[in-house]
Write a protein that binds this ligand. Structure first.
Ligand SMILES: [Zn+2]
Length: 262
């Protein structure tokens, strides 16, 4: 079916897609053209744990056309409490394979590529060149810095989040815009690892990662469609215990080892 979007240009979505995405298309900021753009977008998700699960599920349901999923891990019994991509019978299976099955069942419009090598900077750089946005849902300092460098090098938007216990944070580093701060401006690679505390040792209340992963999916869609006010250059801090949200503005660090050199 051909439908005219708000810009007056004809776009093609099947009748099934018009029905499927009708609640998006009703939104003036999305419309047919926006949904078409989502269907043509490619997102890289690094880490398929507590954050990556809801992020991937919401993006797949939203009609993102293609995803590259990176994780080297296998589904563990202790993941099932919060990693909603997986179910009981998948314990022991590769996370990327299990995630792909779940997402394709949810939305057959989606194309999924898999990669188990998430820590290799060269591989990450290659992936970043191919995609429109990157979600960092990893759980360690080293991967976060590698993803930040790869995103900065390819000038692609990075949607980053972290969570532990009953708290978390989310930020956008939109390297399409000059002068954006980067993850290394916030946490220097030479500093003590602020994320060295892990969920394995400290625990995490399940919906906390659900909320932050969904927030990453939301910011990704806004970045892809260039709509609204994103978290670019801002850090949103969530304290689930006190039910408190705080926003802090981030500034580029003139001495940053990543973004001040180029
Ligand atoms: Zn920087």
């Amino acid at each position: 079916m051909v439908k005219n979007n708000t810009q007056g240009t004809a776009t093609l979505l099947s009748d099934k897609q018009l029905q499927r995405y009708s609640r998006h298309i009703l939104l003036p900021n999305v419309d047919v053209a926006g949904q078409q753009k989502l269907l043509q977008s490619h997102v890289l998700i690094v880490g398929l744990g507590g954050l990556g699960s809801p992020a991937a599920i919401y993006l797949a349901a939203s009609g993102i056309g293609k995803m590259t999923l990176c994780d080297f891990d296998r589904v563990d019994e202790s993941n099932l409490q919060r990693q909603v991509l997986y179910h009981d019978a998948q314990v022991g299976q590769s996370k990327t394979d299990a995630a792909k099955r779940h997402l394709l069942q949810l939305n057959p419009d989606l194309q999924v590529d898999l990669d188990a090598d998430v820590q290799n900077l060269e591989t990450l750089r290659d992936h970043c060149k191919q995609v429109d946005a990157i979600i960092d849902a990893s759980d360690n300092f080293q991967t976060r810095h590698a993803v930040n460098q790869a995103c900065f090098a390819s000038r692609k938007p990075l949607i980053s989040a972290a969570a532990i216990r009953m708290e978390g944070q989310v930020a956008v580093f939109d390297f399409r815009q000059s002068g954006s701060p980067c993850y290394a401006c916030l946490y220097s690679q030479n500093s003590t690892d602020p994320t060295q505390e892990t969920c394995t040792e400290n625990g995490i209340l399940a919906p906390v990662v659900g909320i932050l992963g969904a927030m990453q999916a939301l910011e990704t869609i806004k970045v892809l469609l260039n709509i609204g006010e994103t978290l670019n250059g801002k850090l949103l801090l969530f304290d689930a215990f006190m039910q408190d949200w705080r926003q802090v503005r981030l500034h580029p660090d003139p001495a940053c080892e990543v973004c001040s050199l180029k």
